[in-house]
Design a protein around this ligand. Structure first.
Ligand code: HEC
Ligand code: HEC
Ligand code: HEC
Ligand code: HEC
Ligand code: HEC
Ligand code: HEC
Ligand code: HEC
Ligand code: HEC
Ligand code: HEC
Ligand code: HEC
Length: 314
């Protein structure tokens, strides 16, 4: 390698490492003054009579809890400006662009908007935020959370999925299929299986593996069993579609095809639906493969505890 290219490489590295201040940050000197009277300044205009926006619903939420010293309204807190940032300039010029509104048109870049919230909400379920698909896809905390409302829809099991399905169209279709987890009925939420704040597990699952996620409700499938069926212990999704399926029991495929992805068709009759296999046409036994197909005989597909259950039949 030539000396000049090494030098160039080093310079390029330095340049790319250098901090790039956002337009917002460059503007800071003018913007970094807090209003004189905190929330009282803001409420001069954003009260219930405000034509542009009333902020009063916030006072029904935990964020306005004065007794909690961690809250924006706790003793010494920055109140409205804890989230919206310094607002003296805005209180003077009343221009939307001079204050962070957490919207897509905000002058504050996504990562800095999220940092406002993370400053108080790091840790617990958010500790893997930076490893998650939402942070990578520029989803913001406020894409899901609505703070100026008496009730934040995403926090209630019955209304959470509507928030998620607003962006996830494929999953909306899946949950409408004949066999589906009862999410639409409000009995389950996406967050029973996923950590919406991100996780290091593929698919942002709530538990360390896919199977552990399922075991958290279907504990009977965890085992150990005397006669294990290998794919069950490995990955429930080898046979089941977690969101929904047009087949019964959330199956990816119906038996016999489901089973024959891995098991040979040789040995015993398996194809029920061809005329030739039917007894009337000289076929033998394939009648047993109708309806439940393989599971007519191999009922214990998830494993068996019976001493002679090796073939998963009892
Ligand atoms: C003198 C009146 C006045 C005061 C004081 C005031 N605002 Fe505003 N604010 C407005 C008006 C008017 C708008 C609408 C501007 C527009 O639509 O262009 C607005 C808009 C906003 C918006 C929404 C911006 C958007 O993009 O829609 C936020 C957030 C906001 N104000 C927060 C605050 C906060 C926080 C304070 C206190 C630090 C504050 N305001 C103080 C008049 C005021
Ligand atoms: C805990 C953070 C937080 C606090 C504290 C807070 N806000 Fe907000 N505010 C938000 C978020 C987030 C939004 C975006 C809409 C939403 O989530 O409901 C918003 C939206 C607004 C808007 C409207 C922007 C628009 O056009 O949608 C105004 C005006 C506003 N806030 C004013 C205030 C005032 C005044 C206070 C103090 C009384 C205050 N906010 C306190 C987080 C906060
Ligand atoms: C100054 C610190 C602070 C800031 C900034 C802040 N919060 Fe909070 N937040 C709190 C506190 C304190 C609570 C109450 C926690 C509790 O009761 O356990 C809370 C509660 C919440 C809750 C739960 C509400 C409920 O009803 O259970 C959500 C959701 C939330 N915050 C989201 C956000 C989002 C999104 C932002 C950024 C727009 C934000 N917070 C900014 C301090 C803050
Ligand atoms: C994809 C939607 C989504 C996004 C984005 C999101 N949240 Fe949440 N958040 C939820 C859901 C759903 C719950 C309730 C279930 C749970 O706790 O997992 C929740 C719960 C919370 C709670 C209250 C419960 C607790 O863990 O203390 C806080 C605080 C919170 N989120 C803060 C944040 C912050 C900060 C961000 C941005 C870094 C954020 N959220 C981004 C969906 C989201
Ligand atoms: C504002 C739009 C938006 C909302 C609201 C939203 N998501 Fe997402 N979500 C995305 C985007 C964008 C991606 C990344 C691209 C993709 O995989 O589709 C994503 C990815 C995901 C992934 C895939 C993770 C991976 O590693 O492949 C899961 C799981 C997910 N979201 C669950 C949820 C849940 C649960 C909620 C509600 C609590 C929710 N999302 C709300 C936009 C959203
Ligand atoms: C019963 C558990 C469960 C529920 C409930 C659930 N998911 Fe999933 N989801 C999964 C599993 C398992 C995966 C596959 C993860 C993997 O890739 O290994 C997944 C994957 C995803 C993905 C990634 C794309 C894909 O299809 O592989 C998205 C996006 C997603 N889920 C969104 C949602 C949304 C939105 C909801 C609520 C409406 C939801 N999920 C409810 C278990 C669940
Ligand atoms: C939060 C609890 C919960 C979790 C986690 C969960 N399930 Fe379920 N599962 C349920 C409930 C509730 C039902 C519906 C039972 C009913 O309708 O009688 C169900 C039903 C099923 C069914 C039968 C559906 C039918 O039509 O008969 C299958 C298969 C299933 N789940 C597989 C899984 C798999 C695979 C996972 C992991 C990806 C999983 N479940 C995770 C709660 C859960
Ligand atoms: C080899 C394929 C296969 C694998 C892997 C598999 N299942 Fe199943 N599962 C089935 C079949 C087939 C049925 C339908 C049985 C019937 O027809 O009654 C079923 C039915 C179910 C049912 C509903 C009926 C019942 O037995 O409660 C649940 C719940 C279920 N499976 C959960 C799981 C979980 C959790 C896992 C992962 C630990 C898993 N399955 C792995 C094939 C499989
Ligand atoms: C993802 C692959 C896969 C699928 C799908 C699958 N199996 Fe299996 N099955 C296996 C493996 C691997 C074994 C263990 C084979 C061994 O130990 O030699 C096994 C073992 C068995 C055994 C015991 C065989 C023996 O020699 O003791 C039976 C019976 C069986 N499976 C039936 C089924 C049925 C019925 C279905 C459909 C509902 C099915 N399998 C779906 C992979 C699969
Ligand atoms: C009429 C009942 C019946 C049906 C239907 C049936 N099996 Fe079997 N299967 C058996 C019996 C009985 C054995 C045990 C044979 C032995 O012990 O030698 C067996 C054995 C097996 C074995 C172990 C390997 C072997 O040959 O010993 C596998 C794998 C298997 N079946 C898969 C399937 C699959 C896949 C289907 C559906 C295409 C299916 N079975 C349908 C009765 C049935």
């Amino acid at each position: 390698m030539k000396k000049s290219s090494v030098l160039f490489g080093a310079l390029w590295l330095l340049a790319s490492l250098a901090w790039q201040p956002s337009a917002w940050a460059q503007d800071l000197p003018a913007r970094n003054q807090y209003s004189a009277k905190g929330a009282d300044t803001c409420l001069e205009c954003h009260d219930d009579e405000s034509a542009s926006y009333s902020a009063s619903a916030l006072f029904k939420s935990k964020h306005a809890h004065r007794g909690d010293k961690r809250s924006p309204f706790g003793a010494g807190g920055l109140q409205c400006e804890a989230c919206h940032g310094p607002g003296a300039l805005h209180a003077r010029n009343k221009k939307a662009a001079s204050i962070n509104n957490f919207g897509a048109d905000s002058a504050l870049p996504v990562a800095e908007r999220n940092q406002v919230c993370l400053a108080c909400h790091q840790g617990t379920t958010r500790s893997a935020w930076h490893a998650g698909a939402h942070e990578r896809a520029n989803v913001t905390c406020t894409s899901c959370h609505k703070l100026h409302q008496p009730r934040d829809a995403v926090l209630a099991k019955t209304s959470e999925s509507e928030v998620c399905l607003g962006c996830h169209k494929q999953q909306r279709a899946d949950f409408h299929k004949a066999s589906a987890h009862p999410v639409r009925q409000g009995k389950m939420a996406c967050s029973d299986c996923h950590n919406p704040h991100g996780s290091t597990v593929q698919g942002m699952l709530a538990q360390p593996t896919l199977n552990q996620t399922c075991y958290s409700c279907h504990a009977d499938k965890r085992g150990p069993v005397l006669w294990e069926h290998a794919p069950v212990a490995e990955d429930c999704a080898l046979c089941h579609a977690p969101h929904g399926s047009v087949r019964k029991a959330l199956l990816n495929k119906s038996p016999p095809l489901l089973c024959q992805q891995c098991h040979s068709t040789a040995g015993h009759p398996s194809v029920a639906r061809t005329g030739a296999a039917l007894p009337a046409n000289g076929g033998t036994g394939a009648i047993f493969a109708i309806a439940g197909s393989c599971t007519n005989c191999h009922t214990q597909v998830h494993g068996s505890n019976h001493p002679s259950g090796a073939k998963l039949m009892r």
